[in-house]
Each structure stands twice: as structure tokens, then as C-alpha cells.
Design a protein around this ligand. Structure first.
Ligand SMILES: NC(=O)c1ccc[n+]([C@@H]2O[C@H](COP(=O)([O-])OP(=O)(O)OC[C@H]3O[C@@H](n4cnc5c(N)ncnc54)[C@H](O)[C@@H]3O)[C@@H](O)[C@H]2O)c1
Length: 298
């Protein structure tokens, strides 16, 4: 998925350089070479290079994306990955910060909210510079399911998923979803809308079952959108997993809420008025994230 992310960044042609790093000998170099051989065909000038565990090559990066670690196999939860991925994410983030002390880190490895929390606790970076990617992907999957249910083009649909990046933790905001500013409930029944909600929550698991491993196109595209918002100082709003200090009644937890992204990373946390049911779902979601955070050793 890291390679898909690099591919979308390169194709959008907003970054001067992308460095791929992997622990597997020669792998990142091969991916980078393959990608660079698409440059004349796809028309981009971004320079993509790849290295094996050589963090010096990543020095002075503006944005670093962590996708290292193991993905889910069919039937697994994201939480089950913690044992292996926590060690990898801690080591990778520390090495990145050593060479790019002013960087912004986007954490993608699962269980993502807990991995983002770990980076908050161990990297020494300020909280506006640590962003967990989950909500941008879950929202894209939500819009896909809504468009399918409404029989509408996806460009007509707006919607957002907040909360934890897990099957039960996601909070798809069906009440606020619209088709060209008209509530989607005007077009489909409550029962169909609930089905959309459930299909969205198991979006990742559905693909893992079909593909035999974790998806990569939509996660890669979602990460590239966050990187672009930061690199191009777009001030775009995405739900991201960020460290909260009282917002949404939560503290000392990284979980998905809407934020504005720009050159400083998280430039603002947007507090929207949730109804009682949404707030209750957010609370249960946070409890589950805290439980996984409790398994961390750092
Ligand atoms: N947050 C999200 O929305 C989201 C979406 C999809 C996947 N994921 C997660 O992202 C992670 C990666 O998924 P994937 O499908 O790309 O897996 P993958 O197996 O295709 O790629 C992971 C890569 O990490 C490398 N790696 C392992 N340890 C490393 C280390 N110490 N240093 C550098 N590289 C290392 C591996 O060699 C491998 O190439 C998984 O944890 C997956 O669950 C998150």
C-alpha cells in the first residue's frame, strides 16, 4: 500500500521528491524504479527513489508516511496486529524523526489509532504533527456505499466517518450526509441507510476477504490526499486520528475527528454538534481504542 500511496503522490505531481524505504532488501528500490518508468507515460516530474532501511536518504522530509508492518489476513481484526506492529512503528518513527526533526508524520499502520497514540508518546513531535489516517479512507468508502444506494454519481455525495478506525468503532455520520446539500434520508429509507452504515464499517474486512490481504488503492489515495493538503497548504478538512485534549469530551486519546490540514499539519480541530446517539457511539468507540492503547509497552 505504501507503493500505491507513492504512485498517487507522483501522479498528482505536487511533490519534488518521494523516498520509499523498506526493510526488505532491494524491494523499495525496485518499486521506485518501476514507478519512475511510468513518469514519461503518466506525465509527472516527481523523483521517486527507494532504499533498504537507509534513513539518511529520508533526511529533511516535510512529510513522512508510516505504512510499515503486517496487514490483516481474512478474519483478523486490526487490533490483533498490535504485537508486531507496535515495535515496528516505534522504531520507524524514531529513525524518521532523527533524520527529519521538523517533519509531519502520517501514521497508517494498524491498529492505526493506537499506533498514532504510540507515536505521540514516543517521538517527541508536537501533537499537530502526528496524524493518523483512517477517517479519510472510511469516508471515501462511506461515499461509495451511499452513491451505490442512491444510484447517484459519487461526485454528488458528501459524507464523513469519525471515531475509531475499527469495524465497531467507526461512526458514519448518516444524519449529516448529503446529495448536493439535500440530506440522503430524502432519497433512501432508514433501513437502507442503516445497511450503508454497516457496509461502511466492514469496508476493510470485505476487501480483505476478497483480496486475501489488506486493500491498497483507496488507502493509498486517501494518504496521498492528506499529504497533498499539507504539502500544498490546502486547508482542507478531513477526519483524522488526532490527539484530543478535551474536544468531544475526550482527553489523552488519538481518535478520528474532523480537522483542517495545512502546512503546519493539524491546524484546527473542528468540533461539530453531535446528537446523543452519535456522542454515545463516539464514547464507546473511544473506550475500545483506550483498551487497545492499554496493551502498549513503551
Ligand atoms: N489506516 C488505514 O486506513 C490502513 C489501510 C490499509 C492498510 N493499513 C495498514 O497498513 C499496514 C501495511 O499494510 P500493507 O497492505 O501495505 O502491507 P504490506 O505487507 O504490503 O507492506 C508492509 C511493508 O512494510 C515493510 N516493513 C516491515 N517492517 C518494516 C520495518 N521495520 N521498516 C521498514 N519497513 C518494514 C514490509 O517489508 C512490507 O513491504 C498494515 O498494518 C495495514 O493493516 C492501514
Amino acid at each position: 500500500m505504501g507503493a500505491s500511496c507513492a504512485e498517487y503522490i507522483a501522479i498528482k505531481d505536487f511533490a519534488s521528491e518521494v523516498v520509499l524505504l523498506d526493510i526488505k532488501e532491494g524491494f523499495a528500490k525496485g518499486k521506485a524504479m518501476d514507478l519512475m518508468q511510468t513518469a514519461s507515460l503518466n506525465g509527472f516530474d516527481t523523483r521517486v527513489t527507494g532504499v533498504t532501511n537507509d534513513y539518511a536518504a529520508t533526511a529533511d522530509s516535510d512529510v513522512c508516511v508510516i505504512t510499515s508492518g503486517i496487514p490483516r489476513k481474512p478474519g483478523m481484526t486490526r487490533q490483533e496486529l498490535i504485537g508486531i506492529n507496535a515495535g515496528i512503528v516505534k522504531e520507524v518513527s524514531e529513525s524518521l524523526v532523527k533524520h527529519s526533526p521538523n517533519t509531519i508524520i502520517i501514521v497508517v499502520s494498524n491498529p492505526m489509532d493506537t499506533m498514532a497514540y504510540l507515536v505521540h508518546k514516543t517521538s517527541g513531535l508536537p501533537k499537530n504533527k502526528i496524524i493518523g489516517m483512517g477517517g479519510a479512507l472510511d469516508s471515501a468508502r462511506f461515499k461509495y456505499r451511499l452513491a451505490e444506494a442512491l444510484g447517484a454519481p459519487i461526485s454528488d455525495i458528501d459524507g464523513m466517518v469519525i471515531g475509531g478506525h475499527s469495524d465497531k468503532g467507526m461512526v458514519p455520520l448518516t444524519r449529516l450526509a448529503t446529495r448536493n446539500s439535500v440530506p440522503v434520508s430524502e432519497f433512501i429509507s432508514e433501513e437502507r441507510l442503516n445497511q450503508v452504515k454497516e457496509d461502511t464499517k466492514v469496508g476493510g474486512a470485505t476487501l480483505t476477504k476478497l483480496l486475501g490481504t489488506s486493500a491498497w488503492y483507496a488507502p493509498g489515495a486517501a494518504v496521498s490526499a492528506l499529504v497533498q493538503a499539507i504539502a500544498c497548504d490546502q486547508k482542507k478538512m478531513f477526519p483524522c486520528s488526532v490527539m484530543l485534549d478535551g474536544e468531544y469530551g475526550l482527553k489523552d486519546i488519538s481518535i478520528g475527528v474532523p480537522v483542517i490540514l495545512g502546512k503546519d499539519g493539524i491546524e484546527k480541530i473542528v468540533e461539530i454538534d453531535l446528537n446523543d446517539a452519535e456522542m454515545e457511539h463516539m464514547k464507546t468507540s473511544a473506550e475500545a481504542v483506550r483498551k487497545t492503547n492499554g496493551l502498549l509497552e513503551y
